[in-house]
Design a protein around this ligand. Sequence first.
Ligand SMILES: N[C@@H](CCC(=O)N[C@@H](CS)C(=O)NCC(=O)O)C(=O)O
Length: 213
Amino acid sequence: MITLYDYLPSQNAWKVRLLLNHLNQPYEQVLVAIFGGEGQAPDYRKVSPTGTVPAIRLDDGRVLSESNAILMYLAEGTPYLPSDAYGRAKVYQWLSFEQERVESQIGALRHWTMTGKLPRRPEFLVEMKRKAGLNALATLEAQLSDHDFIAGEQYTIADMSLFAYASRTEEAGISLAPFPAVRAWIARVESQAGFLPTMHPYAIDPLSANELP
Ligand SMILES: N[C@@H](CCC(=O)N[C@@H](CS)C(=O)NCC(=O)O)C(=O)O
């Protein structure tokens, strides 16, 4: 059975929980107190070089980190990752977009907003992230106006990855009202068999008010 190194409010980790749920694959969960410094412990850095969650350990002891790399690995041979080179590359295109334009912008804003750190951040930085988040949503809106799912007509790990933060923009202080195609896509993703509705607020972790080590 695989082990998932997890932190419940992490939407990066939720992506992996979602795919495991779709695949009906059992796993052992090990919680990592990232705000308590456990991510930076030398033993955990051997599992995840950056000290972040999610990470997985396979039955044979091999480890893998970075949410999208884990999705690629676990989706291999399933309907959630195309088998042809172009289809896979298209999924990878949107996974790269997710990391650069969504996770690191909307994800950061959501973290700062939900844990009360926003007022401690420089105003220009918050404004940059908000603008970048809105630009990312406009890109998604254009793509989803022509396609049911982000990489084409098939629900893939690109949708799972993007959903993690693009569906939580209100928690980052960004309204989805101007993005009807994104809202319709959110409803389509939520209606997929095996969708995982449970997500956790940072408030469940009293340590989350701390800065990350
Ligand atoms: N690019 C990474 C980002 C992972 C990440 O930043 N995870 C956060 C939780 S959402 C974390 O573990 N942060 C702890 C830290 O940065 O020390 C991924 O997609 O997995």
